[in-house]
Design a protein around this ligand. Structure first.
Ligand SMILES: [Zn+2]
Length: 413
């Protein structure tokens, strides 16, 4: 049996070993420099090798490798005159660029629904603009996600040492890519060949649009609403949490939490609406299927600030289903009519309870955040949809597409 003292010594030794990075930074400058140079050179070579791969489903991944190759090469060329107090920052950039190569590597045809990728990128560019580019890659976690513009992220990283590498020089190095915007869309690896669940990509595109809206308008909205929210929270803290010891600190903490909840919930709800607008009932159906593995009525404060699924789905189903029901005729293919019936069943389940609203109202933070969202949802949804290109102003309509959809179903049977 190991004695307690021996265990403590082992623990301290392990902790000491974990301090390795800090000790490296205390090494002589020439040793650190040599290692950073080698790192940058290896990264540039690796990116160049990947850039030559012939099995990318679209050109964006190749361009992305080129950006990383050129960025690493620039660091390599300038490393001899790098300021020593920025070495750890340079290491961070090299490590970040190296990690990001996995996005390109995993987007090769072997790992993706390659026949969809080009068409999807064209569709997304028609939605957002030709400067928007996408790498679509699987991830092992069961989730859909979008990583924000990597070119903008690298620009921020390189902007931090203007005396060493002016940003204009980085722009010149990556050439026309400097004006592009590259996003990474991830999908669950296990669903690679399931085109139906990929309708969730519409939601991820929604994230781009609502982020742009929020960058311009959210602060103004919050500042307008914050005084009334703070008054309600202060009232709650003083009356419900007992004597107001540290009341100001508690109110400040509650406000901070309410703000983050409002931001996140708004992003998710509007992204759902945009996905449903551009991809129609398929986006709703994929959200329904995705939600079925989660609690429908979890309080968002206990659920990573995500809105309750019942709340999310109800909002979208009430927008889409009435039009479908009104348009459906006996001429629709039975499979199409079954689909509408399936959505009606979902609506029945969703509207059979208001447990989501009970959960939201059970905490003053979520209650006030969702009051703000409910009041402003329609206006924000309209404004964000208004930013879509003119040919996408009308929502996708299964009713309009019913004839061609009938044909498609018949052909596939
Ligand atoms: Zn989302």
């Amino acid at each position: 049996m190991v004695s307690p003292w021996k265990k403590i010594v082992q623990y301290l030794l392990r902790r000491k070993l974990r301090c390795t990075p800090r000790r490296i930074l205390n090494l002589p400058v020439d040793i650190q420099l040599a290692e950073l140079r080698r790192h940058a050179e290896s990264l540039a070579k690796l990116a160049a090798t990947l850039e030559q791969a012939e099995d990318f489903p679209n050109e964006t991944a190749r361009e992305f490798c080129g950006i990383i190759r050129a960025s690493a090469r620039l660091i390599y060329q300038r490393i001899a005159i790098a300021p020593p107090d920025r070495f750890s920052h340079i290491h961070f950039i090299l490590a970040a660029l190296g990690e990001d190569l996995r996005y390109a590597d995993r987007s090769r045809v072997e790992h993706t629904p390659w026949s969809l990728v080009q068409a999807m990128e064209r569709f997304l560019q028609a939605t957002l603009g030709s400067e928007y580019q996408f790498i679509i890659r699987p991830q092992w976690s069961y989730n859909y996600a979008i990583v924000g513009d990597r070119v903008a992220y690298y620009r921020r990283l390189f902007s931090s040492f203007p005396d060493w590498i002016p940003i204009s020089e980085w722009h010149a190095t990556i050439k026309e890519s400097a004006s592009h915007r590259i996003f990474i869309i991830s999908f669950p690896r296990v669903e690679r060949m399931n085109v139906l669940t990929h309708a969730n990509w519409g939601h991820e595109i929604g994230h781009i649009l609502i982020s742009e809206w929020m960058a311009e308008h959210f602060d103004e909205l919050w500042q307008r609403e914050a005084p009334a929210i703070e008054a309600a929270i202060r009232d709650y803290v003083q009356n419900e949490l007992g004597p107001p010891v540290l009341a100001d600190e508690i109110v400040a903490d509650y406000m901070k939490r309410t703000l983050s909840l409002t931001r996140k919930s708004l992003k998710e709800l509007i992204s759902d609406a945009i996905g449903a607008h551009i991809l129609g009932p398929a986006a709703l159906a994929s959200l329904c299927e995705f939600s079925s593995r989660f609690e429908l009525d979890a309080n968002p404060l206990e659920c990573g600030d995500y809105p309750p699924w019942r709340f999310r789905l109800t909002k979208i189903i009430e927008i889409l289903l009435p039009e479908l029901q009104a348009a459906m005729t006996e001429q629709w293919h039975p499979a199409l009519r079954s689909f509408v019936k399936w959505l009606e069943d979902w609506r029945q389940v969703l509207t059979s309870s208001n447990a989501d609203r009970v959960a939201i109202n059970s905490d003053v933070r979520s209650k006030k955040a969702y009051e703000l969202l409910e009041t402003n949802y329609e206006r924000i949804r309209t404004e964000v949809l208004g930013s879509l290109r003119s040919h996408l102003q009308s929502p996708y309509s299964l009713a309009v597409m019913s004839s061609s959809t009938n044909t498609l179903i018949c052909c596939s049977n």
